[in-house]
Design a protein around this ligand. Structure first.
Ligand SMILES: [Fe+2]
Ligand SMILES: [Fe+2]
Length: 150
């Protein structure tokens, strides 16, 4: 990746990543010993790398912001008392609602967050290039975190 692409990533992710609510994702464990914040940062970095490597020309702001917020559901999913319903099916919607409550998110960013669990949420497929990239990057990072970082 070029230095310019790296700087662009930092410029977009910086203000959002330093927000206290986003930084608060460090309180929760995602997979193994990886926190939800670390997981979301990895997904954002990989999403940007996929876009840059393949020259996909997605909207950088929408891609990076929605990747960072894709698991912004703000609870411990291992704690069954912390969330009433099936985490896998419902957390994407919870993350999108939280993103809208905390930040000014676009319709496309909301869509990317809501659809990142496809095909588990069969009726909610990604509807944009950014959505497909984040959906793929999330699966790659989740698999790696689950298999190798225990
Ligand atoms: Fe997720
Ligand atoms: Fe995720």
């Amino acid at each position: 990746m070029t230095d310019e692409a790296k700087k662009r990533f930092d410029r977009i992710i910086g203000p959002l990543a330093s927000d206290p609510a986003v930084a608060g994702m460090a309180r929760f464990v995602q997979h193994g010993r990886v926190t939800t914040l670390e997981h979301c940062l990895r997904v954002a970095r990989l999403s940007w790398a996929i876009d840059q490597k393949l020259g996909l020309h997605s909207d950088p702001t929408a891609l990076i912001r929605s990747a960072l917020l894709h698991d912004f559901y703000l609870y411990d999913w291992h704690d069954k008392a912390a969330h009433p319903r099936w985490h896998g099916f419902h957390h994407a919607r919870a993350a999108a609602m939280n993103a809208r409550a905390h930040f000014r998110v676009t319709t496309r960013e909301m869509d990317v967050i809501r659809s990142h669990m496809w095909p588990l949420n069969l009726t909610c497929p990604p509807r944009s290039r950014e959505g497909w990239i984040v959906c793929l990057a999330d699966k790659c990072c989740s698999l790696k975190e689950t298999l190798f970082i225990r």
